[in-house]
Write a protein that binds this ligand. Structure first.
Ligand SMILES: [Zn+2]
Length: 285
């Protein structure tokens, strides 16, 4: 998770950036918060040296998608960067916004977690961070002592894909060399960009269960209906390919094996689209 955050920091070395933090929590004697992923700032985010506005609508959409698959995942808080302006703590504006959020009736939880990136450092740590917690109906801002924070090694269950073709921290297998994983990320970013232009309602995900990248969403068909579609990355004999298919819940409408394979995700979806269009037009397979 921190790797994904720091990769994003590397990409925006001169303006503030950030994202939403999602995960789970347990309340026993203490509040136990587990961060399992983040949602990127989105295509309409505005970044400047001393301010940062996220694309809330985009993030809400992504969150709903995550929620569908992982109903236990909550929107825990947010993260953003100050190392670009040197401000070592949350600003007054940050705190005001967080207070409004945690007290908002639409906010599910009675706390709000904020991660702040405060400095870029040499060495493997890459960045210095601070952790904060705000509580509903409580004006205090609690700084969480570092000793209470454990950075888990395990991979986040959900990592965002890419926004507008910028490579994100798509987890790469450890056996790949740096340059191989870099070019793989670039190719994924490119594929994602093309896919979004052709099929704007598809979004990328990283599936922990399947250990692969996938896209989900819907495509429009000739008869003005839309069909849910899933695209999975499949590697066979060292070559990456893609398979587009309709999920189980669409099988009543498309009883025959509606799936298509190709070299790129967009070609796979395009093939599937043609196939589904023939079906809705009553032209058989
Ligand atoms: Zn700030």
């Amino acid at each position: 998770m921190l790797t994904a955050v720091f990769d994003e920091c590397d990409r925006y070395g001169h303006v503030e950036t950030g994202g939403r933090i999602v995960g789970t929590y347990r309340r026993g004697r203490n509040l136990d918060v587990t961060v399992t992923g983040m949602i990127d700032a989105g295509p309409q985010a505005r970044r400047a040296v001393t301010s940062f506005f996220q694309d809330g609508e985009y993030q809400e959409g992504v969150f709903r998608e995550i929620e569908r698959e992982h109903p236990d995942i909550e929107h825990l808080g947010t993260w953003h960067t100050h190392h670009v302006n040197g401000f070592p703590t949350l600003s007054g504006g940050d705190i005001e916004t967080y207070r409004r959020t945690v007290n908002h009736p639409q906010h599910n939880l009675d706390f709000w977690y904020a991660l702040l990136v405060t400095a870029k450092v040499a060495g493997p740590d890459r960045y210095r961070v601070k952790h904060y917690l705000l509580r509903r109906h409580d004006d205090k801002v609690y700084k969480i002592p570092p000793k209470l924070v454990r950075v888990a090694e395990e991979r986040a269950i959900w990592v965002p894909g890419v926004t507008r073709g910028r490579p994100q921290a798509a987890p790469a297998s450890s056996i790949e060399s740096d340059s191989a994983s870099h070019s793989r990320q670039e190719r994924r970013a490119f594929d994602d960009q093309v896919l979004r232009q052709l099929f704007p309602n598809l979004r990328p995900f990283f599936s922990e269960a399947a250990q692969c990248l996938l896209w989900k969403g819907s495509i429009s068909l000739l008869d003005h209906s839309s069909a849910d579609v899933v695209v999975v990355e499949s590697v066979s004999e060292g070559k990456t390919g893609y398979e587009a298919m309709v999920p189980r819940k669409e099988r009543e409408r498309f009883p025959v094996a509606a799936r298509a394979q190709d070299e790129t995700p967009w070609l796979a979806v395009r093939r599937l689209e043609l196939h589904l269009n023939r079906l809705v037009a009553g032209l058989g397979n």
